[in-house]
Design a protein around this ligand. Structure first.
Ligand code: FEO
Length: 398
């Protein structure tokens, strides 16, 4: 794809990965992604971030269409994860930059990833400035957004924030700007991305947003390293991050389940009926139909997560174990939980799921609900009652 000038003398030189479908367990089944890198042409020609190693030649050709690589003076590494640094050794080799800037942790991580010899690494911290010519860069460490090394680069003359993973979305498109797509769709993707990548670090997101405010950074454009560039909806994405970092919830319950002979599915529907009668928004998500990252997208603003699995070999079904492990790692907080499932003779699954939810700090007001083999009218009534009672508990939260 051709380079795009996103601001005066600032060029998008990244790559589009149309076929990306999995990112450490996060499924991008709809949209692929982009690895955005930016080249600033000034007295000091500076490259901000690189791309996945598989796309190193894309990056090379993008840059070479503007300037020969050996003209690059500086490289800024905002984050060392391989989707942004995989091509770094190749580019360093071609460009032989005068300096490579990174955070303190970034230096450690670069050394542990690439074991470089004689790279001109220079550590920068929050508040440090780098003069490029007409432009300067102010650095802001953004720890855990999404790794401990992450940082933002702010160009005050252009009111441009290069934000790395933060404010990203997994969208693959040659139309690089937010106003070239329906806002609702982009915000949905940004939310999905946050739920699966950023959620565990929500307190630090809040801290970073506060720091941006405290520094009085005027932001006209946010250029993340994944997906679209925010130029018309900067306030919308900052507002959404503010809300998500506080984990603002709504009266909504996600009923996530797997089933063998449909008994647990019948229970899921009856619990949903009870919640529905209390006026709660529900999402029923069968784990054989929904990827765990899609379920997390719904958990993001749900006040309750209700997990169902039949007992199989004295355990829960494997897809439920997978989902619970994934969700626990993402640390959603301040939510209600409940468990249910059918069983034949031993019936451990609901208790085991309850234990995981307890370890994940869910509030669990009710005992696990177990029904033997196939539920009939009376046992479905118990499921409905669980839904009604949970619905009441959810309403108490609002
Ligand atoms: Fe897009 Fe944390 O890497």
């Amino acid at each position: 794809m051709a380079v795009v000038e996103i601001k005066e003398n600032v060029f998008w030189v990244g790559a589009i990965d149309w076929n990306k479908r999995d990112f450490h367990g996060y499924s991008q089944t709809k949209e692929g992604t982009t690895y955005n890198a930016y080249l600033v042409i000034d007295e000091k020609i500076t490259l901000f971030d690189c791309v996945d190693e598989k796309f190193k030649w894309d990056l090379y050709h993008q840059i070479a269409s503007l300037v020969p690589l050996e003209k690059i003076d500086y490289i800024v590494v905002n984050h060392v994860e391989m989707d942004h640094s995989g091509a770094l050794p190749f580019i360093v080799d071609k460009a032989k930059p005068e300096k490579i800037f990174c955070s303190p942790m970034g230096k450690e991580f670069i050394q542990a990833h690439f074991h470089p010899r004689n790279w001109p690494l220079e550590v920068v911290k929050t508040g440090d400035e780098l003069i490029l010519g007409k432009n300067k860069v102010q650095f802001l460490e953004a720890r855990m957004l999404h790794w401990p090394d992450s940082m933002f680069s702010y160009l005050p003359e252009l009111k441009l924030l290069i934000s790395n993973d933060a404010f990203g979305q997994n969208i693959a498109s040659n139309l690089l700007f937010d106003d070239q797509h329906p806002l609702e769709d982009i915000l949905q993707e940004a939310k999905h991305y946050y739920a699966n990548i950023i959620l565990p670090f929500s307190p630090l997101v809040k801290k970073t947003l506060n720091k941006v405010e405290e520094l009085g950074l005027e932001i006209e454009m946010i250029a993340p390293d994944h997906g679209l560039i925010w130029r018309s909806h900067v306030k919308d994405i900052l507002g959404l991050y503010g809300e998500m970092s506080e984990q603002k919830l709504k009266p909504k319950a996600v009923i996530v389940y797997d089933t063998m002979w449909s008994s647990t599915e019948k229970m899921a529907k009856a619990i949903g009926e009870g919640l529905n009668l209390e006026g709660i928004e529900i999402k029923l998500m069968h784990l054989k139909k929904f990827h765990h990252s899609d379920v997390m997208g719904e958990v993001m603003d749900a006040a309750a997560v209700i997990c169902g699995s039949p007992t199989h070999n004295n355990n829960m079904l494997p897809l439920m174990a997978d989902f619970l492990t994934y969700m626990k790692g993402l640390r959603p907080s301040n939510r209600l939980g409940a468990t249910f499932g059918s069983y034949g003779w031993s019936g451990e699954a609901p208790k085991l799921m309850q234990k995981v939810l307890e370890e994940a700090n869910f509030e669990l007001p009710f005992e696990p609900l177990r029904i033997r083999f196939v539920p009939e009218h009376d046992s479905l009534a118990k499921c409905k009652e669980l839904g009604l009672n949970l619905g009441k508990k959810i309403k108490e939260k609002f």
